[in-house]
Write a protein that binds this ligand. Structure first.
Ligand code: COA
Length: 271
């Protein structure tokens, strides 16, 4: 059964068109030529006239022919990592991180990276660059294997390409880039100490709040959806330095966390 009745949404919520969303996205700072990663919740926007396609078209309209849009295309389904590797089919496995991401993945011009747990889909001139070689990536261990957040993953490439990052009706809690930061930090600790740090399982919401105090994050609305826009590389830089210098606030709700014990031992100092 549907969480939200569409009739109810149509009756009670603001009707939001592609033109409205394009205007709102531009007001937030999205521009022609941008590369932008989008996490989304369609029901947060209001009643979207034209559904998920209208949201996708609004994003593509604002970045224009020279810009690229990228979305998570993750398969989770409550399955273990091993099961997800077993059932993965790049053509058929649906993205289960929101309706907009699944419609985006199915667009004819959409390219998807090859990864059973942390694929991304992209449209635009940089789509090929962003999504290629995920299947050949390796060398950066994570709970999802050593390719998910490796150098050839879209998650690292988007930072290198100066991508913007947006939460369209979502928030830091479902920010996949935080997993990339965790993997990068764990990798750096190994390089420096020949000893891997325990996985830094920090509180995403707390880290997001602290990030906003230090780096520019534009907060506005797309339709009725609270929306944030910032630079992917800013979040990466902030996350890495916070884990190195003062991770305490981000583990408050996790007393006795293995990472904090490792950090308290002074293992992080040379990072
Ligand atoms: C989980 C999540 C996707 C749920 O958001 P949501 O708005 O409820 O769901 P979707 O974005 O899939 O949109 C579908 C819902 O929009 C509603 N909807 C359908 N057509 C609509 C329209 N034209 N206008 C507005 N809402 C509409 C429907 O009620 C539908 O709900 P249903 O599937 O229960 O029928 C969202 O909260 C979230 O976390 N998004 C980020 C996910 C992510 O990127 N994760 C990354 C790793 S953890």
């Amino acid at each position: 059964m549907s969480k939200h009745s569409l009739e109810q949404i149509a009756r009670e919520r603001r009707h939001v068109t592609q033109a409205d969303m394009a205007k709102d996205l531009a007001a937030l700072g999205l521009q022609t030529g941008d590369v932008v990663m989008v996490h989304s919740s369609m029901s947060s926007i209001g009643y979207v006239v034209g559904g998920a396609d209208a949201v996708i078209d609004a994003l593509l309209e604002v970045v224009g022919d020279t810009g690229s849009v990228i979305m998570p295309s993750l398969v989770r389904g409550g399955l273990s990592v091993e099961e997800r590797f077993r059932i993965w089919d790049i053509e058929k496995s649906p993205s289960d991180v929101g309706r907009i991401t699944e419609v985006f993945r199915q667009r004819r011009e959409s390219l998807r990276s090859w990864h059973p747990t942390h694929a991304a889909s992209a449209i635009g001139p940089l789509a090929h660059e962003l999504t290629k070689d995920h299947q050949h990536a390796s060398g950066r261990p994570s709970p999802w294997g050593d390719a998910a957040f490796a150098a050839d993953s879209p998650w690292e490439k988007m930072c290198g390409l100066g991508a913007k990052y947006t939460f369209l009706g979502t928030n830091y809690r479902t920010c996949t880039l935080f997993h990339y930061i965790q993997a990068l930090f764990a990798e750096r600790s190994t390089t420096e100490f020949a000893r891997t740090a325990p996985w830094p399982n920090f509180d995403f919401t707390e880290m997001g709040a602290a990030f906003e105090k230090r780096y520019p994050v534009t907060v506005g609305h797309v339709g009725e959806a609270e929306t944030r826009l910032f630079m992917a590389c800013d979040l990466r830089d902030f996350g890495l330095s916070a884990l190195r210098d003062n991770p305490v606030p981000f583990f408050r709700k996790r007393p006795g966390d293995e990472f904090m014990i490792w950090h308290a031992e002074g293992r992080h100092r040379k990072l």
